[in-house]
Design a protein around this ligand. Sequence first.
Ligand code: SF4
Ligand code: SF4
Length: 275
Amino acid sequence: MKPPRRHRNITVRRLVMDAYQFIRAQSFLVDMAGRQFRPGFELAEIDLTYKCNLRCFNCNRSCRQAPSDMEMPVSMIAAFIRDSMERKIQWKRIRLLGGEPTLHSNIFEILDLLLRYRADHNPQVRLVLCTNYFGRAVHRVLEKLPPGIIIKSTLKHSLENFFKPFNVAPVDRPFNRFSDYSCGCRIIAECGLGVTPLGYYMCAIAGGIDRIFQYGLGRKSLPEKSDPMTDQMSAFCRLCGHFGFQWPVKTEKISPTWQQAYRNYRKTGSRTISF
Ligand code: SF4
Ligand code: SF4
């Protein structure tokens, strides 16, 4: 099958926005002008699984640093759809990610649920599957995808990709000593609400962080629109290399807070989640 057009995560425009965001998240500016980002209810990202057939450096779901077979139960997708309908939330875009989403054991059942939701309740919604497009197992699924699913890919084929250093925690950098982490970052606005096997977060990346740090802050059902989720931002943005500005890298960078977290994770193992 013909590969999709390559999507670029790192662009000059995004780096400039990150630099602005770093300045805008300084505590004194937040006190004066308020927080820049709020959880959104137009876009959603669903992390279907943390399984992946690649092990990229700086993976922002820790698929290399702390591999896991954790999958989202199909019942959670059904609950997400049901709650969205009950609340009359009309998603404009739902992205499926991971890990590698095509490796979810029930990927076709999940796609069927989402396609039926679109046909019956929300014809405007764009359903986008974000894949690494790597390897035969992934291609076998992509070849059988039902029509109506948009494929997006960064076409990864090695461990080394230009990524922001996700595992360099802002709290480990003196540079960030005046930052207000409860502000979140532009990913909240650009990617939307995170739906993960650990619950709902202001962004899907936060669910991947919670898998390692095990704070258990994920909402167990679709959050109310009035929920500012600042408790999650305060807890997770201080750990996340997407916060503010950092130069993209190809080699692995892990700051002390993350090194300790991965050691703890390896000792305790991953949590079993039930909804
Ligand atoms: S393909 Fe994506 S999910 Fe998989 S290891 Fe690489 S960055 Fe992580
Ligand atoms: S956890 Fe990371 S990606 Fe999510 S809002 Fe915070 S800084 Fe941004």
